[in-house]
Design a binder for this molecule. Structure first.
Ligand code: GDP
Length: 304
């Protein structure tokens, strides 16, 4: 229910426009497909993924000769769920983590302003609520504000944080954090990193170094590289996904600010284009406004 609420704008936009596009039409024809294409692009599904969906529906229309507009919902649902299935486990209902990794190390990447710190705080709170012992690492040492902000969220979630001075070596902070987590017998470590995209080589080097140094403490760390993207920024989110996947091996996504956008389609396009599962979605600024991404609920919220 909260998901529906969070995604209300996406729903209104997508479903509302779709209904208008087929109003007065009984069958799917070129007009309807053109409109659908526009709606999908306007919902930030992305051009490639939109074309993929349209092509599949065209093929279906060609095969079945007549496809009623009343069927279009069902077909679209299937197509979208199909695209999400290719990358998403999508059946998760809670914030569980694998129990065979202790501590489980999540390295969080993303550019400033996307909601990285907020997402880390929300995640820490969810893990803590499950009774897990969480440690945060402030390895975004580039801005003093980043360390302070993470501290604020650590206090809010009531979890410890490891940090050094601004300007110190991020890899050294990550190393200290893992050492401390091992000593404390922690269950989860969440490492914040700086996301300065303007220098791609630096970004790649920095993330590679952080990983290498973490592996001195925990040989297979990080277990998850979580890229945070702002779901309200459309093409920027696609571009950031591209840059970060070039810089490091991203293993999951958090898409934030889906409460404030009419463009939740970015979730569909990005999982399709990058074949990386969306694990979490942000639907507000509060500590509880993070949800585990469930593809069935997501698709439902689009079409209800
Ligand atoms: P960072 O620079 O990437 O660490 O970004 P912050 O975590 O500081 O977040 C930037 C702004 O986005 C803050 O004002 C947050 O409250 C806001 N924000 C983060 N996640 C969400 C979300 O899911 N929904 C909304 N509406 N705002 C969010």
């Amino acid at each position: 229910e909260t998901l529906d609420k969070g995604l209300e704008k996406s729903k209104e936009s997508f479903f509302g426009k779709l209904s208008k596009a087929v109003a007065g039409k009984s069958k799917v024809d070129d007009d309807v497909l053109d409109n659908l294409e526009e709606i999908l692009v306007a919902s930030d599904v992305g051009v490639n993924t939109t074309l993929k969906i349209i092509t599949r529906i065209e093929a279906r229309v060609a095969k079945d000769k007549y496809v009623g507009t009343d069927e279009l919902n069902t077909i679209l649902r299937e197509e979208i769920a199909g695209l999400l299935s290719e990358t998403n486990l999508g059946n998760e209902t809670d914030f569980s983590i694998p129990s065979d990794k202790k501590p489980y190390v999540i390295m969080v990447v993303g550019v400033n302003g996307v909601g990285k710190t907020t997402t880390i705080g929300k995640l820490a709170s969810q893990f803590k609520k499950q009774g897990l012992k969480v440690v945060l690492g402030a390895a975004d040492t580039f801005r003093a504000a980043a360390i302070d902000q993470l501290q604020v969220w650590a206090d809010r979630a009531d979890v410890p944080i490891v940090h050094q001075e601004m300007g110190s070596d991020p890899a050294s902070v990550a190393f200290d954090t893992l050492k401390s987590a091992v000593t404390q017998n922690a269950d989860v470590v969440i490492i914040d990193t700086a996301g300065r995209l303007h220098n791609k080589v630096n970004l790649m080097n920095e993330l590679t170094k952080i990983k290498r140094v973490m592996q001195k403490v925990i040989v297979d760390a990080p277990h998850d590289v979580l890229l945070v993207l702002d779901g309200s920024t459309g093409q920027n989110a696609f571009e950031q996904a591209k840059q970060f996947t070039l810089a490091t091996e991203v293993t999951s996504l958090a898409v934030t600010k889906l409460d404030g956008t009419a463009k939740g389609g970015v979730v569909i396009g990005i999982s399709d284009q990058f074949k990386i599962p969306v694990k979490y979605i942000g639907v507000g600024e509060g500590i509880d406004d993070l949800q585990v991404f469930n593809k069935h609920e997501f698709v439902d919220s689009f079409f209800k």
